[in-house]
Design a protein around this ligand. Structure first.
Ligand code: NAD
Ligand code: UDP
Length: 315
């Protein structure tokens, strides 16, 4: 049995990761300052002695007693709305927070994994994106606070690997969706799902011709654990190939929810990546690929939404 630290474990993805780690019998310590997460996401473990919660900003240092086998560093604002609202906190979480999480792993002789992102490719000029692509990021644009924080976090992780011989891994997560996304986090899935269910306009940024590829949370979590156990320290993309335009995604969301809500075109986001799709050759070589088809994942997310008491107009 292992003891695993999940920073950001009270967030959307982190909480699903906590569930998966507990399901296989390992203990978890969640370190989270709840700036974009919620204790509701891990309330299912309230009476579980195998899950410990530490309310802490990872930028202030992470000090834990007892052994730790792995540090999975997910703590960071993640949705564009959140990181545009919290630019300095985002840079600090990627910089100071990653430094502290690496320091914890080093002090404990633990493995380390950084949750990086497809945003390190910026608005990509290579398509689909393999891990060997260096990216096309505007460092001084609004998204630079997230993109550069993650790029710095990757560089720091590689430096700890080289200098301290730490067992490190880097996962580049592409758009992941599923139950427990905050309905006001501004990401396209909660925004469209909530609007479609409430009969409100689905607000499409710009033309809607920009693309994304969507991966169900259960697949991404399995990807995180696969990379932790099997990768060689080089970055690994985890995402679901199957690029679609945002307009196509809006139609699919209306179809799945049975909604006739209208679409409304609003101002495009600055520096919004125009195309995004993962090349998952490397992840496949580790034995990982997504299993949950988009439609099924959306139906599961819809079922969660319909049973969620926080849902409804204005949520
Ligand atoms: P989320 O906002 O739901 O979760 C982030 C969690 O980190 C929250 O619980 C938040 O309170 C916590 N946190 C933020 N800053 C912190 C700090 N300084 N100290 C302690 N806790 C802090 O977002 P998510 O979608 O679950 O993303 C989790 C991680 O995965 C992030 O690192 C994100 O960059 C990465 N990621 C996610 C996606 C995706 O599609 N969901 C894609 C790429 C990368
Ligand atoms: N988007 C949109 N309407 C929304 C939210 C997002 O058209 O209400 C677009 C957004 O501009 C982007 C895509 O959907 O092109 C995915 O956005 P999201 O915030 O989910 O993720 P990211 O931009 O980080 O991939």
């Amino acid at each position: 049995m292992a003891r695993i630290v999940v920073t950001g474990g009270a967030g959307f993805l982190g909480s699903h990761l906590v569930d998966a780690i507990r399901a296989r019998g390992d203990d978890v310590v969640v370190v989270d300052n709840l700036c974009t997460g919620s204790l509701d996401n891990i309330a299912q473990h309230d009476s579980d002695p195998g899950v410990e919660f530490v309310k802490r900003d990872v930028c202030d240092g992470i000090f834990l007693t007892g052994p730790v086998d792995a540090v999975l560093h997910l703590a960071s604002p993640a949705s564009p709305r959140d990181y545009l609202d919290l630019p300095i906190q985002t840079l600090k979480a990627g910089g100071l927070g990653t430094h502290n999480a690496l320091g914890l792993a080093r002090a404990k002789g633990a493995a380390f994994l950084i949750a990086s992102t497809s945003e390190v490719y910026g608005d990509p000029q290579v398509h689909p994106q393999p891990e060997t692509y260096w990216g096309h990021v505007n460092p001084v644009g609004p998204r630079g606070v997230y993109d550069e924080a993650k790029r710095f976090a990757e560089a720091l992780t590689m430096a700890y690997r080289k200098v301290h011989g730490l067992n490190t891994q880097i996962i580049r997560i592409f758009n992941t969706y599923g139950p427990r996304m905050r309905l006001d986090d501004g990401r396209v899935l909660p925004a469209f799902l909530d609007a479609a269910e409430c009969g409100l306009p689905l607000k499409v940024h710009g033309s809607g011709e920009q693309t994304r590829s969507f991966c169900y949370c259960e697949d991404t979590v399995r990807g995180i654990l696969t990379v932790l156990e099997k990768a060689d320290g080089n970055p690994v993309n985890v995402g679901a190939p199957g690029e679609m335009t945002i307009l196509e995604f809006a139609s699919l969301m209306k179809e799945v929810t049975g909604s006739d809500a209208p679409l409304e075109h609003v101002e495009a986001m600055v520096d919004d990546p125009q195309r995004r799709e993962p090349d998952i050759t490397r992840a496949k070589s580790l034995g990982w690929e997504p299993r949950v088809p988009l439609r099924e994942g959306l139906e599961r997310t819809l079922a969660w939404y319909r049973s969620y008491e926080g849902a409804g107009p204005g949520a």
